[in-house]
Design a protein around this ligand. Structure first.
Ligand SMILES: NC(=O)c1ccc[n+]([C@@H]2O[C@H](COP(=O)([O-])OP(=O)(O)OC[C@H]3O[C@@H](n4cnc5c(N)ncnc54)[C@H](OP(=O)(O)O)[C@@H]3O)[C@@H](O)[C@H]2O)c1
Length: 243
């Protein structure tokens, strides 16, 4: 068995480690847009495939027997490409997607929106000191905010020039609640903008709840139709074991 794991997430690294421990050949694919990614166990390849056709070619050339798409919930293009490439080649595909935050008790009080543009509009109506926790690639949507304080937390430096009123904080999660409380309080943040990413970067949400900071949450894109979905690494291992 030879597994292609589409990665870039903590759960992809967890699954890679479990497969290596079980003696199953796994190659994790990373997009290559993080300067110093956390590398998983097993083989790693880096960079795009060249769309669904390129991915289908890769699956044939490397005799891949199963694909697990464990990419981030908002990485919709690679997930769509995986669905198309696997349908074309007949290679079984599983989606591993961690649960979102919508079931949190406080999530019903958040301002839920469908896209980043709507998040900007919602946040503008809610406050003046904004914590943007949406990732480096999305900052451009908010670049017109030169009239307010913005705390933008990113792993790698932004590739746009940010307004002078912004503070860019480079850090990689997970974060501790005590630190998140300090961060939000020290900057007098009144609005937090986040994607419904799920997973272990949720201490900011607990801090927001404690401090009464309003939350604007972007809903996840729809996953490709017809692809089986699991939420945990153990469920993904069980699916692979069923062959
Ligand atoms: N979007 C987020 O908020 C977010 C957050 C944390 C981590 N990530 C991770 O960062 C990576 C890129 O995310 P994105 O939102 O830019 O993706 P995307 O918009 O879905 O994909 C854009 C293109 O990047 C390439 N690509 C994406 N993921 C890849 C992978 N794992 N291996 C090889 N090529 C990949 C593909 O290029 P080709 O068409 O040339 O194959 C794809 O068409 C993903 O691996 C994702 O798990 C994303």
């Amino acid at each position: 068995m030879s597994v292609l794991l589409l990665g870039g997430t903590a759960e992809a690294r967890e699954l890679a480690a479990a497969l290596v421990a079980a003696g199953i050949a796994v190659t994790t694919s990373l997009a290559g847009d993080v300067a110093e990614p956390r590398l998983p166990d097993g083989e790693v390849r880096v960079g795009g495939f060249g769309g669904a056709e390129g991915l289908a070619r890769y699956l044939r050339e490397h005799d891949i027997s199963a694909v697990v798409d464990a990419t981030h919930p908002f990485a919709a293009r690679i997930s769509a490409n995986a669905a198309q490439a696997c349908a074309t080649t007949g290679v079984p595909l599983l989606r591993l997607e961690r649960p979102g935050w919508s079931q949190r008790p406080d999530a019903s009080g958040w301002h839920w929106v469908d896209c980043l543009d709507d998040a900007r509009t919602a946040a503008e109506a809610l406050g003046n000191r904004v914590f943007l926790a949406v990732g480096r690639q999305e900052l451009g949507t908010f670049a017109g905010w030169a009239d307010r304080y913005v705390l933008a937390r990113v792993v790698d430096a932004p590739d746009i020039e940010v307004p002078g009123t912004w503070e860019v904080l480079r850090a990689r999660g997970p974060f501790r609640l005590a630190d998140e409380l300090d961060l939000l309080a020290s900057r007098a943040i009144d609005v937090l903008v986040t994607k419904d990413s799920g997973g272990a970067t949720d201490a900011k949400l607990d801090a927001a709840a404690q401090l009464g900071v309003r939350v604007v949450a972007v809903r996840r894109p729809q996953p490709p139709a017809g692809v089986p979905v699991v939420e945990t690494v153990d469920q993904a291992l069980a699916w692979l074991a069923r062959g």
